[in-house]
Ligand binder design. Structure first.
Ligand code: COA
Length: 212
């Protein structure tokens, strides 16, 4: 099902372009030695996001949205893809042409040093290290945006997300049906980027967003 990663270097330092999406991208290596591509979500990615949503099981959607969710509304799609990359940052992961994950943080209005996070990996690509990679990428992006703490609301039955966060050093601050965890970005290791410059790509996306 997975197609090869058809990316090529443009020859410019730290800039790699996916021949499929034509977008600057970075490449990260998973524990099994395969690679995936990561790039800041753009307004043009709405169709790719819909495709990724379709590949998330009903349970996965429930874990992500904490409610039965059969489709993304146009308002949600706009909110999820038209970002400023300062207060709202999101990265998409692809494997070849397959959309496989999205992760985002939104800065708290009442505390500019903290942000709320959501991550989703499509079912076929789970348990391969992509959730962990996404948290590392979000932590690195948060640091670059002056955010020190990432907050997560996770359903108590979501053992995968709870396991992932605890493996990264996340701390439970309240429990119940929804567990609230906090992750200190300083404790999170660097993402395993093997090609491209993550923060340069974040800067470029920020500038592009400011010009829209
Ligand atoms: C939660 C989620 C993001 C995890 O992504 P993933 O790519 O499967 O996770 P990873 O492969 O990076 O796992 C990293 C670590 O997390 C823990 N983990 C992941 N899945 C787990 C599971 N099903 N059960 C227990 N621990 C799990 C393990 O410690 C794992 O390390 P290991 O594989 O070396 O044991 C993914 O299952 C998902 O998208 N679920 C649906 C949406 C969702 O729940 N989003 C979270 C809302 S905030």
């Amino acid at each position: 099902m997975c197609r090869p990663n058809p990316s090529k270097s443009t020859g410019k330092t730290g800039v790699f372009v996916s021949t499929l999406t034509k977008q600057p991208t970075v490449r990260a290596e998973l524990p099994d030695g395969t690679t995936v591509e990561l790039r800041p979500i753009q307004p043009e990615d709405k169709d790719l996001m819909l495709e990724g949503f379709e590949r998330l099981s009903p349970r996965g959607r429930f874990m992500r949205f904490m409610a039965p969710t059969s489709r993304l509304t146009p308002t949600q799609l706009k909110y999820f893809s038209e970002l400023d990359f300062h207060d709202h940052v999101a990265w998409g992961v692809t494997s070849g042409a397959d959309p496989v994950a999205v992760g985002r943080f939104v800065r708290y209005e009442h505390d500019e040093t903290a942000a709320d996070v959501a991550v989703a990996v499509v079912d076929d690509f789970q348990r391969r290290g992509i959730g962990k990679l996404m948290c590392q990428v979000l932590a690195a992006s948060a640091r670059a945006r002056g955010i020190g703490l990432l907050h997560f609301d996770v359903l108590a039955e979501n053992t995968a997300m709870l396991g992932l966060l605890e493996s990264l050093g996340g701390v439970r601050v309240s429990g119940g049906e929804i567990v609230h965890l906090v992750l200190d970005v300083a404790k999170v290791g660097a993402p395993p980027i093997v090609e491209g410059d993550l923060l340069a790509l974040l800067e470029e996306a920020t500038q592009r967003a400011a010009g829209r």
